[in-house]
Design a protein around this ligand. Structure first.
Ligand SMILES: Cc1cc2nc3c(=O)[nH]c(=O)nc-3n(C[C@H](O)[C@H](O)[C@H](O)COP(=O)(O)O)c2cc1C
Length: 476
């Protein structure tokens, strides 16, 4: 039996005809109770099929009133391992909406979601939406039951499981609300956590990547912006000549003909910038060496000598330690951490490491092999490369370093820092004769599983593939 979705199909395995027949009912819906606690072989096999479909994100879960065909709510999983769970709720429990939960129109549907949730809830019954909205203030389950749109305890339990609702201890108190059930959430703005969860892979089921969804509707905006009207000042006439630059700044090979008029002088840095290209395929025979990797990390990300534990007085009136590195960082936060998935590096064992930027050392981290390989494979796919990179660097952020200080713009600053670091990687790799490529999307869920750290505490925000390049780069 196969399940097909668009161009992609999943082999579900071979089953007896009776099981295959019954599985067809999944097209419209098969009640959980009809198979989940069954002891018959058919029930067990249906359960296996359902779980396999769920793992591939091919199931949604309908909630309807008994005897009715009309959906009240449909649950759409957003992560691969979502499985509906209903923690027990008692009448005395006090429920409130998470401050990260929101309802919005999607097409002609109303959806309830949260960047913390493993699933989103399509609300088909407006009365249910109204009841959920009343939970912006804490309410006891006993009292909620009296509401006209009471959706049933099961749905509330499903929402608690997805962290869209949470239980608080003291009714009327909102003391716990900003932190909810996790103190590290205190440091997050609503839109920042949403952006973190929705702008890369791993925590949602939306279309993602270079899908050209708008190509049929309009042509792409021009590669170079059309010129503003007015009298132009032609800078080509003001280009520095070779004689204008001090000798040490010049590379012998950096004299270019400009419009056939005169020799243009290019500094070593400008030359490096021009030489820089993205490299997506790496030399299988001659991998990067540990000495090169060490020099690369030293040149790009190591805490600068003398800067360690540097103190300065911060705006909060208390000293804020910072540790300067070769690249600039918003507010000198230096929140970015490097995690290396090493596939091939001469002198270094294949594995997953954290770069200790203060001690200039690599610290091995034990991971499950299938996760390690999925991380490398994700990079290969993102680059459309023939093989996995020799070294895949995941840039992670200790979000609190930035959001402790900055409101509303913390996450944006972090992504800007990623851009700054990425260019530093590109330039040092070019200068060392190595190849590298930025990677625009990272599976934040997979990375969280590999490190065992919650994705809102220290999460992946960027990636860079590194190694000794083979062929000249091609544009993406
Ligand atoms: C933020 C960012 C994300 C990128 N993501 C990818 C990616 O996911 N896959 C890829 O093959 N190249 C990626 N690239 C590389 C670009 O495709 C490349 O820089 C562009 O095509 C220009 O080519 P060049 O770098 O060789 O000059 C990324 C570059 C940047 C700056």
């Amino acid at each position: 039996m196969f399940a097909r979705s668009g161009h992609y199909s999943v082999d579900l395995g071979a089953f007896r005809a009776s099981v295959v027949d019954r599985a067809q009912k999944l097209r419209v819906g098969l009640p959980f109770a009809a198979f989940s606690s069954g002891v018959r072989i058919t029930d067990k096999e249906i359960d296996r099929i359902v779980r396999r479909l769920a793992r591939h994100g091919l199931l949604e879960y309908r909630i309807a009133l008994p005897g009715s065909d009309r959906d009240q709510v449909v649950i759409e999983p957003q992560v691969g391992d979502y499985w509906p769970a209903t923690p027990p709720l008692g009448n005395a429990d006090v429920l409130v909406l998470s401050r990260f939960a929101y309802m919005r129109r999607r097409g002609s549907e109303l959806v309830l979601e949260s960047p913390r949730a493993g699933a989103l809830f399509r609300i088909c019954e407006p009365k249910i939406a109204a009841t959920i909205a009343t939970l912006s203030t804490p309410c006891q389950l006993r009292q909620l039951r009296r509401d006209d749109g009471f959706p049933g305890v099961e749905l509330l339990a499903l929402l608690v499981d997805c962290q869209i609702l949470f239980r608080i201890r003291a009714p009327g108190s909102n003391r716990l609300q900003p932190a909810e059930d996790d103190r590290s959430l205190l440091l997050w703005d609503f839109h920042d956590l949403l952006f973190h969860a929705r702008s890369t892979e791993g925590r949602h089921a939306n279309p993602l990547g270079g899908l050209y969804l708008h190509s049929g509707m309009m042509p792409p905006p021009p590669a170079v912006r059309p010129r503003w009207p007015g009298k132009k000042i032609d800078l080509r006439k003001s280009d520095l000549r070779k004689s204008d630059l001090r000798k040490p700044d010049l590379h012998k090979s950096d004299l270019h003909k400009s419009s056939g008029v005169h020799s243009r002088a290019i500094s070593p840095l400008a030359s490096l910038l021009r030489e820089r290209r993205s490299t997506r395929s790496f030399d299988f025979q001659k991998p990067i060496t540990l000495a090169e990797l060490s020099r690369f990390l030293d040149g790009t990300a190591r805490v600068l000598p003398g800067a360690k534990n540097g103190d300065r007085l911060g705006g909060a009136g208390q000293p804020e330690a910072y540790a300067a590195r070769p690249y600039p960082s918003a507010g000198a936060s230096y929140e970015l951490e490097l995690y290396l998935a090493v596939d091939r590096c001469e002198g270094l064992a294949r594995g997953f490491y954290h770069y200790d930027a203060g001690g200039h050392a690599l610290m091995p981290i034990g991971t499950r092999m299938h996760e390690f390989e999925a991380l490398l494979m994700g990079a290969q796919i993102a680059m459309g490369a023939p093989a996995v990179p020799q070294v895949l660097m995941t840039i992670a952020a200790r979000f609190g370093r930035v959001s402790w200080k900055y409101s509303s713009l913390a996450y944006a600053l972090i992504l800007k820092d990623v851009g700054v670091l990425t260019q530093t990687f590109y330039l040092v790799a070019t200068e060392m004769g190595l190849g590298g490529c930025a990677i625009g999307s990272t599976n934040i869920d997979l990375f969280a599983k590999m490190t065992g750290i919650d994705l809102h505490v220290e999460g992946a925000v960027g990636q860079f593939a590194l190694g000794r390049g083979t062929t000249p780069a091609t544009a993406d």
